[in-house]
Design a protein around this ligand. Structure first.
Ligand SMILES: [Fe+2]
Ligand SMILES: [Fe+2]
Length: 325
C-alpha cells in the first residue's frame, strides 16, 4: 500500500540555510557555518570532501526547501497550514496527546516500523520522492560518516520521522495537517515567524486572552518539556520513545520532538520558554537539521547491508521487546 502525503514543511524558511549551503565548498565560509550553530563547533568534515558533503541542489536540480510562489504545490502547502492553524487548539493537542499516549494501536519493533513506513511516499517533499526508509537511512548514514562515535545520533536519525505512521489507517489515518508541517506551541501567542501566520486569526485560541500573551499559560524558562506543541509526527514519536523507556540521551528526544519546530531552531522564536537543558540539546538539533535536509538523494542506501548495524543500536537503546505504539 502506498499512502500519498501531499504537502509538508514550511514555505518561506528556505533561504537562510540554502544560502549557507551554497557556500559549503568554499573554505572561507566555514565561519558562517559556526555562527549558524550558535557557536557550537561543527567538525571540519561536514564541509570537507572526506565526510558527508552537503550538495547545493536536490535530486531534481532545485535548491532545498524551495517553495516559492510560482511553485504549483504552493497552494496545497498553504491549505495544509490553513487547516492546521485554524484547527489545532490547545484543547485539540491535549486530546491527541491523551489518545495517542495510550499507545494501544500496535506492538512492533523499531525496525518493523521502518518497514511499515516504507509504504509511505511523501509527495509534499520537493527534495525527494523516495520511500521514507531511504530518507531515514540516508540521514542516519550521512551523520554516521561525520560523527562515527555518536551512535545515539545515528539511531535518532533512523527514528525521527517514524511518527508519520499516523497517516496510516491503523493509526487513525490522520489528515496531513495533524501529521506533517512545521510545529509550534499552543497556549501562548502565535509567533509571527510561523509560516502563513495570518490563518491563526481564525483559531479559537486567538480569542482567549489567557493564550494570547507572549508566554500564555507558561512561565519563562519553564522548559520545552512542559509546553504543548502542535500535534504531529514529532510529538507522537517522542511519546512513543519516552513511554517505551528508551535509554537514548536527552538531545535525542529533543531532536525527535522539535525537529519540525522551525520557528525556534531557525528563527529563535519562543526561546524564552527554554531551560538550561534545552539550550544544550538544541545544539545537537542544529547539527541534525542539516543532515535531515541535505542528505536527501536518489542514491539508495543498501538496506540489507546496514540493517545489522541499526538492529544493534535498536537493541542497545530500546532494550527488551517490541514497543507499544
Ligand atoms: Fe520530520
Ligand atoms: Fe526528516
Amino acid at each position: 500500500m502506498t499512502i500519498r502525503i501531499e504537502q509538508q514543511e514550511a514555505v518561506n524558511t528556505a533561504a537562510p540555510v540554502a544560502a549557507v549551503v551554497d557556500q559549503k565548498n568554499k573554505v572561507g565560509e566555514v565561519k558562517e557555518e559556526l555562527v549558524l550553530d550558535g557557536g557550537f563547533v561543527v567538525p571540519d568534515k561536514v564541509v570537507s570532501s572526506n565526510g558527508f558533503a552537503a550538495p547545493d541542489i536536490n535530486a531534481f536540480g532545485n535548491s532545498f526547501r524551495n517553495y516559492n510562489a510560482e511553485n504549483e504545490r504552493q497552494k496545497t502547502v498553504e491549505n495544509l497550514y490553513k487547516q492546521q492553524h485554524i484547527t489545532q487548539t490547545l484543547d485539540f493537542v491535549k486530546k491527541m496527546r491523551a489518545e495517542y499516549g495510550k499507545l494501544d494501536k500496535a506492538e512492533m519493533s523499531v525496525w518493523e516500523c521502518c518497514e511499515l513506513l516504507n509504504s509511505v511516499v511523501d509527495d509534499s517533499d520537493p527534495d525527494l520522492d523516495e520511500p521514507q526508509i531511504q530518507h531515514l537511512l540516508q540521514t542516519a548514514e550521512a551523520i554516521r560518516k561525520d560523527y562515527p562515535n555518536e551512535d545515539w545520533l545515528h539511531l535518532t536519525a533512523l527514528i525521527h520521522d517514524l511518527g508519520k505512521i499516523l497517516l496510516l489507517p491503523q493509526f487513525g489515518g490522520l489528515p496531513q495537517w495533524a501529521v506533517v508541517g512545521d510545529t509550534y506551541p499552543l497556549g501562548c501567542a502565535f509567533d509571527e515567524s510561523n509560516v502563513h501566520h495570518k490563518y491563526f486569526a481564525e483559531n479559537p485560541d486567538s480569542k482567549n486572552p489567557a493564550y494570547t500573551t507572549k508566554n500564555g499559560v507558561y512561565k519563562e524558562g519553564c522548559g520545552l518539556d512542559s509546553v504543548y506543541m502542535s500535534w504531529g509526527h514529532d510529538d507522537y514519536m517522542y511519546l512513543v520513545a519516552k513511554e517505551n523507556k528508551t535509554t537514548l540521551p536527552s538531545p535525542a528526544l529533543f531532536i525527535v520532538r522539535y525537529h519540525s519546530f522551525y520557528p525556534l531552531h531557525r528563527h529563535g522564536a519562543y526561546k524564552q520558554l527554554m531551560n538550561k537543558q534545552d539550550e544544550e540539546d538544541i545544539k545537537w538539533l542544529h547539527i541534525f537539521n542539516k543532515y535531515d535536509l541535505y542528505s536527501k538523494s536518489k542514491v539508495h542506501v543498501d538496506v540489507d547491508a546496514v540493517k545489522p548495524y541499526y538492529q544493534s543500536l535498536i537493541a542497545k537503546y530500546f532494550p527488551g521487546k517490541k514497543l507499544r505504539w
